[in-house]
Design a protein around this ligand. Sequence first.
Ligand code: MG
Length: 160
Amino acid sequence: MNVRIGQGFDLHRLEPGDAIVLGGVSIPAQFQARAHSDGDVLLHALCDALLGAAGRGDIGDHFPDSDPRWRDADSRIFVRHCRALLEEDGWQPLNVDLTLLAETPRIGDHKEQMRRNLAVDLQLEASRINIKAGTMEGLGAIGRGEAVAALAAALIGKTP
Ligand code: MG
């Protein structure tokens, strides 16, 4: 099997609001991500990891924030589109590993729902999807609660 790896990163500023969308789950909060789409950093980092692995550029190439179609878009649409792009070239995701960097919210109670969402969107067993989270120990913009960020790694494969 041919395999390739990709990595992704995303960051969004936070602004006053009532919920933040992470991993396709809307979590009640006193803030929201400032973004053209729903601002789901976890899914944006994942898209970049998948596109990177497949050599298909980045999320901005496929979903430019200047395009009104993507205003307030559900980022799960982006993930499904990236999955379809991989498939065009014969690739399938093998496993993905996501890390949220945020002071709040704590996502422990939501991780299973996020994995279920991604299992559907990636057509991948939930056991091949991992979601982690850490804080920045109060340091920097993320530590002050001014932003949230995410890292992602994706392994993809195809049988020649
Ligand atoms: Mg983003």
